[in-house]
Design a protein around this ligand. Sequence first.
Ligand code: NAD
Length: 260
Amino acid sequence: MIMQGKKGLIMGLANKFSIAYGIAESLKSQGAELIFTSQTEYFKNKISDIAKEFGKREIILCDVSKDGEIEKAFDEILQTVGNLDFIVHSIAFADKNELTGKYYNTSRANFLNAMNVSCFSFTETCKYAPKLMPNGGSLVTLTYYGSEKVVPNYNVMALAKSALETSVRYLATDLGESHVRVNAISAGPIKTLAASGVGEFSKILEIERFRSPLRRNVTQKDIGDACTFLLSDMASGITGEIIHVDCGCNTVGVKFEPKS
Ligand code: NAD
């Protein structure tokens, strides 16, 4: 029970297929108390039954694309729940019409919105997090290998993830003196609502399964357990890191199958 007595916030639960759900399950199994934010009233209603599995707290509304919403949500958490030990940022968005075809067709509006929701929102989360974590704490965001190498159709989301990964290093430096750690998990592909917007996603799943040293795709549990570790005191010396949880896919360039 490495999270016994710890309380934290999960941002980005959409349904049972969400990576945030796997993280919540793992954190709960290790004794953590959980609070959730939701983008809209519509999503809040959709996840209210799921959130009950993890506790009785009210879901707090927070559309991270809007000015002031993160600060407002955090003030509400401080008043109703008190201090936190950890925050999970499992949020990204880009127009799915531009997650296919050539990257250069990305529109300015979609470029800016993808950066705002998928990258800047984590910077803002980290700006207000120390207020909730006077005794220190830990934050984790989610990224993907498309930030490092070209993955067809990932397009503008790849740029947002590159910026997010760089910001993890700067944010870890900013928050280190407050004893707040900041890390990212680079998760292997997993079929979720957000992922289904990426063109030919099932092909990405298949290729990564083939390339994986473990010969399988990553699961919600793989990601959840790694996240729990990073949020726990067991990872007290780890900050500013991008940890790959992808069954080793990122380590394999071209895979040669031995002839049998
Ligand atoms: P998901 O659709 O279940 O979750 C995405 C969440 O982002 C949703 O809950 C949605 O409400 C939230 N969101 C979008 N715009 C928002 C806004 N303006 N304000 C507040 N919340 C907003 O999909 P997921 O795959 O679980 O995605 C979670 C994270 O994991 C994302 O950062 C994604 O890029 C990352 N990731 C996913 C994969 C994958 O293959 N699924 C791989 C690596 C990284």
